[in-house]
Structures are given as C-alpha cells and as structure tokens.
Design a protein around this ligand. Structure first.
Ligand SMILES: [Zn+2]
Length: 489
C-alpha cells in the first residue's frame, strides 16, 4: 500500500517494522463536548485505513487515547482547561463530563460504523507512565523545571519542526490574543510536560509527583499511551491535520528524546471539513453533530459515504445540499442492490471475483483512494460476467473496508417487500406519480419498504427519519388505507 507520509512529504510504500504486524495509534477525542462531524471525518478515514490494512492481510493493533485531563483550549499551553470548561458549563464534575462525552463519542462512532480501537485508554489511567517519562526526560537533560512546572526544552533538538518548515511566527497559530504568554519558557516553542502551578485553582484532577501535586500536559499522553501498549516502535500514527502542530510535533520530540531512536515513521493526517462559513464545527449557528444529522432525517452512514467520496488529503466542503447528493447516491445503490436475488442457490464465482477485488485493492493501495474504491461497487453492479451471488459476495467483501451496510440494508428492503406482498392487504401499496422517473421510483420504493418495515416494528424514529430523508429530497408522502402515495414537489 502506498500512503502519503506527512513526515517525508511524499507517497511511500507502507512497510511495517515487524512482518505483517501493524502498530497503529490514533489521537482520541477530548471528551468535554460532543464530537462535531469535522472531527468524525478524521475517525472515519482512519477507520477505513485500519480496515484496508486488515483487508490486505495485516494484523493491526490499534490504540486510542481519551483525553480527560490537561488539554487547554489553544492546543499549546495557554487558554482554559477544556474539561473544566465543560464541567462548569454543565454543573457537573470533570469525571461525569468525561464519562458522558466518552459514551457519546462511541455512540456516534457506532452509528458511523467506526470500529472501536483494540485499546482505548483514558489519559487519567496512565499517571505513573507520564511521571516515568518526564523523569527520564529531566535526567537526559531534555526538560527543565520552571515556576513549578516541568517544560520540554525544544532547543535541545537538532530539528524540532519536523513536519513543516514552520517559522517561529507560526507558533501564534491557535493562540488567541487574550491569552497571556508563559514567561517560564526558555524558548517560545517549549511546552509543559507536567503542571503543578497553573491558573486553574479549581483543577479537579491532581496527582502526586516528584515535582509536587499537579497534572500532566496534553502532549505527553499520546507518547506514553502509545509506548505502553505498542512498545518502542510505532508503525503508523494518525490524526486530523490540525494535530500536526504543535501536538504531533511535540509527541515526536518527547518520544524520540526519551527513546533515543526514531519512533514512528508513517504519519497519516486527515484534512479539514469546512462549511461555507469557513468553520469546521458549525453551519449557520448549528453545531454539526451526528445527532443533528439524524434529527434532520439523514442516516449517519450517508455522512460516511459523503466522506468516502472525497480524498482524505483534500479539504471537504459540507453543505446540506452536498449531503442530499450523498443520500441520493446511497439510496440509488441501495435500490440496485435490493434488486439482486440472494436466493439463487449459486455459490459465488471466486475466480470471476478476483479481477474486481484486485481493482478495489488497487484503489486503496493508491494512498487510500476511497472514491475510486466506491466506483468498484458500480463496476460490480454492472459486471456482465458476474451472477447475483458473486455480486453480493463482492459487495460484502468491499464492505469489510467501506462499512456502508448496503447489503444488509438491501436485505431489509427485500424482506419488507416480501412481508408487504404476503400481507395480502393494500396496507402498503406504493403509488408513484404517473410521470415518475423509473430510477427515482425504484429508490423511493426501496425507502418506503424500509419505512413499512420500521412501522410494522413500531420503530417510529426510523420511520420518521425515512420520511424526513425523502422530504429533504422533495418527496412528500401521503398515507391512506390503500397504501402510500408519493409526489415530487
Ligand atoms: Zn495525540
């Protein structure tokens, strides 16, 4: 697999250090608020990367931290403590906030079919590890105490700005004007490894350390949690591009100074999701979360498809119109897959499948070209040399990486169609407008069958979601004794 490596600024063939074992680390969320869909774009693309590696036969061990302490609002060491801010906002303790938003994060991940990493480690679990690493950095002369805190001395490194040729002025990035500078730092780029003195008198979580009662800096978390679970060498480190500096730069500084050798060779960074207002988290004042997508009637997997349709190294513009287009694509695929017959009794033709699998893998191998990988779905649906059993086999095979659940959703459509037919009543006869476009009619049909099934199971939320999704596409429904009529507005 060829991947773009942010460290070397070119595409490289990915070769793990130990045979087919891949150690993979992902910076997890700071659990003080709901994740917005821009953050989740990174987790979706990292999930695809992990699954692509597994698809290609690698044995992946993936670790993620949960930041529940020490992350200040500027990403550098200034600003407010994010966890304290969340706790104050909601009149809860820091631990309650951490628990609540950790659960919310994984619930969102579940809806987006993001696999939970093999190891998930809250930062507050690893205090002894931070103390050990900070002590060693002090012994080796890479750190110094000042004003009660322990700082990393960036002047001790030959090259600190590993990802880019940042000028010193770039350090101002992410630092707000109203944030005062820390005069304890010997060099502007130095950062805190351990806080004892801080302006946060009400810091809830504090631990004993050789330097006094305090708490760890944000960056040290990832260096220690990675080492704890993945050892001295890491194959692949992922994160959003906004983590590249200062967070990942600082992780490398700490880890390599501590270890005395290169730590991680491949760095995978996912670019921003932007809205038309240029912001990543909000659109017209609405905070963009998975729950908001659901409230507006979108299946979260439509958002996953939206992300997969573009390359992870390109900025992606989020608009509701763009999401509608992704929903239309999703439903088109769904209705076409529902038209395949799973009960032919034929076994898949694995020989014929090979060429399709090879093309799919080639797309992934080309720096995770997910939009090209999605065209493989169309190739399969059009494949003249493939019977339905082989088509379904291939679609399931690709879904090990893409995780769009198209085959399962299509099976539900078929089952609902059968139930509707067997009911012998008009209860769910679908009446389309006479001049309806046949392709559109087929998509709407598939969705209405899913809605029928949902209503039968008294799953009103799902039934409403489908109605809203159709409404978002200009389709109005009218239920009656004789079934459902739909019109296009
Ligand atoms: Zn990190």
């Amino acid at each position: 697999m060829k991947l773009y490596n942010s460290l070397t600024r070119r595409k490289e063939i990915f070769i793990p250090r130990f045979g087919n074992q891949v150690s993979m680390y992902t910076c997890g969320p700071t659990v003080y608020h709901f994740a917005h869909i821009g953050n989740l774009r990174s987790y979706i693309m990292e999930d695809v990367l992990e699954k692509a590696l597994r698809y290609e036969g690698y044995d992946v061990k993936r670790v993620m931290n949960i930041t529940d302490v020490g992350h200040l609002s500027s990403d550098a060491d200034e600003g407010e403590d994010k966890m304290l801010k969340g706790a104050r906002r909601e009149h809860k303790t820091v631990l309650e906030i951490a628990k609540y938003y950790t659960d919310a994060f994984f619930a969102d991940c579940g809806k987006l079919n993001i696999k939970t990493p093999d190891v998930v480690e809250p930062a507050t679990n690893c205090i002894d590890d931070y103390i050990e690493m900070v002590s060693t950095l002090l012994e080796k002369g890479y750190a110094y105490p000042a004003g009660g805190n322990i700082y990393f001395d960036t002047s001790k490194l030959d090259k600190y700005y590993v990802f880019n040729d940042f000028a010193e002025d770039d350090l101002a990035v992410g630092v707000r004007d109203d944030v005062e500078e820390d005069n304890n730092k010997r060099n502007k780029a130095d950062f805190v490894l351990w806080f004892t003195k801080s302006k946060f008198e009400d810091q809830a979580l504090k631990w004993d350390s050789p330097w006094g009662v305090g708490y760890p800096g944000w960056h040290i978390e990832c260096s220690c949690i990675s080492k704890k679970h993945l050892g001295e060498y890491l194959d692949l480190h992922c994160g959003g591009i906004d983590n590249m500096f200062p967070h990942h730069t600082n992780e490398i500084a700490q880890s390599e100074s501590y270890l005395g050798h290169e730590w991680c060779h491949y760095w995978f960074h996912v670019h921003h999701l932007n809205t038309n207002d240029g912001k990543m988290s909000k659109s017209k004042g609405e905070f963009l979360t998975v729950s908001l997508l659901e409230e507006k009637g979108y299946d979260p997997l439509v958002y996953r498809l939206f992300c997969l349709q573009s390359h992870y190294r390109k900025g992606l513009v989020f608009t509701w119109e763009n999401l509608d287009n992704a929903a239309a694509t999703y439903n088109k695929l769904l209705s076409r897959i529902a038209g395949l017959n799973p009960d032919t009794g034929a076994t898949p033709n694995l020989e014929a499948a090979k060429a399709y699998q090879a093309k799919f893998q080639k797309a992934l191998d080309n720096d995770l070209n997910t939009s090209m990988a999605i065209t493989s779905i169309y190739d399969v649906l059009k494949g003249k040399d493939l019977d339905d059993a082989t088509k379904l086999f291939l679609l399931e095979d690709f879904d090990r990486v893409l995780s769009l659940n198209l085959v399962q959703a299509a099976a539900k459509v078929r089952a609902a169609g059968k139930t509707a037919a067997a009911s012998g009543s008009d209860e769910y006869a679908i009446h389309a407008p006479a001049d309806a476009d046949p392709v559109l009619a087929e998509e709407v049909n598939a969705l209405l069958l899913l809605r029928y099934e949902a209503r039968k199971n008294k799953n009103w939320a799902e039934s409403d979601r489908i109605r809203d999704e159709l409404k978002a596409r200009g389709i109005e429904l009218k239920d009656s004794k004789n079934g459902v009529n739909w019109t296009k507005t």
